[in-house]
Design a protein around this ligand. Structure first.
Ligand code: PGA
Length: 248
C-alpha cells in the first residue's frame, strides 16, 4: 500500500487523474472502476480537461460503477446514472455501450448482481478501481460489518450514510435506504486500487484504513491486503496519521 499525501484537494485530483490517464494511454481499452460522491469530482474534471486539451481518448475505455441506489430511476438527479452522465460521460468520447452502472430499478436484483459480476469477469476484471471512503469507513456501499469477501449485492444503508446523503435530497425521508453495490471481495479483485479522501471529516476513517487493524467494522481497512493500492489524501484527511509518508 502506498500512501501519498498532497496539500490540497486540487493536488490529489490532479495526481489521481495522472494515474487514470497514464493507464488509458498505456492500455486504451482498459477497464476502469468508477466511483461517485464528491471526492472524485475534481479527478473527473481533470480527465475532461485532458480529453479536451490533450486529446486523451476514451473511445475504447470500459467502465463499471461501484454502486447505485435501489428504486431511483436513472433520470433522477440524485441517481448515480445521472451523476455519471452529468459529471463525466457526456464530456468525453466514451462509447455508451462500454459503460456499466448497477441497475437499481431492476426487477430481479439478485440476478442483476450475478450478471454484473459475470460482465466484469468477461472483460478480464477491473484494471484500476477508483474509490472514495465514507466517514464510517465504508467503500462503495459496503457499510461497517460488510463481509470482507462479499460480492455485488443489495445492501441496506446505515442511518449515518443516509444522514450524510441527505444533503443531496430535499427531504431526509427521500434518501434511498437500499443500494446495489460491488462487494468488498469484488473491489479487492481489481488489479489496482486508488482510494482518495479529502477533508478533516475523513481523517479518522483514513487513520483506521492505513494504520488500524483490518476489520469488517471498517471495510476500507481491507485495502491494506491489496498488492497495488494507492491511498491519495490531502493534508486534512491525513491529519490523524502517525506514520511518515511521502509527499507530506
Ligand atoms: P464523498 O463520499 O466522496 O461524497 O465524501 C464518499 C463515500 O461515501 O464513499
Amino acid at each position: 500500500m502506498l500512501v501519498v499525501i498532497k496539500k490540497t484537494y486540487e493536488e490529489i485530483s490532479k495526481e489521481g487523474a495522472k494515474h487514470v490517464a497514464g493507464l488509458i494511454r498505456q492500455k486504451p481499452d482498459c477497464v476502469l472502476g468508477l466511483a461517485t460522491g464528491s471526492t472524485p469530482l475534481g479527478l473527473y474534471k481533470e480527465l475532461i480537461r485532458m480529453h479536451q486539451k490533450e486529446g486523451l481518448d476514451f473511445s475504447k475505455v470500459v467502465t463499471f460503477n461501484l454502486d447505485e441506489y435501489v428504486n431511483l430511476p436513472p433520470s433522477h438527479e440524485q441517481s448515480y446514472h445521472y451523476f455519471m452522465w452529468k459529471n463525466r460521460f457526456k464530456h468525453v468520447n466514451i462509447d455508451a455501450r462500454n459503460l456499466h452502472i448497477p441497475m437499481g430499478m431492476s426487477d430481479d436484483i439478485e440476478q442483476f448482481c450475478h450478471w454484473y459480476e459475470e460482465k466484469i469477469a468477461e472483460y478480464g476484471g477491473i484494471d484500476l478501481q477508483i474509490l472514495g471512503i465514507g466517514a464510517n469507513g465504508h467503500i462503495a456501499f459496503n457499510e461497517p460489518g460488510s463481509s470482507l469477501g462479499s460480492r455485488t449485492r443489495i445492501k441496506t444503508l446505515t442511518e449515518e450514510t443516509c444522514r450524510d446523503n441527505a444533503r443531496f435530497f430535499q427531504n431526509e425521508k427521500d434518501v434511498p435506504k437500499y443500494a446495489i453495490t460491488m462487494g468488498v471481495g469484488t473491489i479487492m479483485e481489481a488489479k489496482k486500487l486508488l482510494l482518495m479522501a479529502s477533508g478533516v471529516g475523513k481523517a479518522e476513517a483514513i487513520r483506521a484504513t492505513v494504520e488500524g487493524p483490518v476489520m469488517a467494522k471498517y471495510p476500507a481497512t481491507i485495502v491494506q491486503l491489496h498488492q497495488f493500492a494507492i491511498i491519495l489524501v490531502d493534508q486534512e484527511a491525513a491529519s490523524k496519521l502517525e506514520g511518515d509518508y511521502p509527499g507530506s
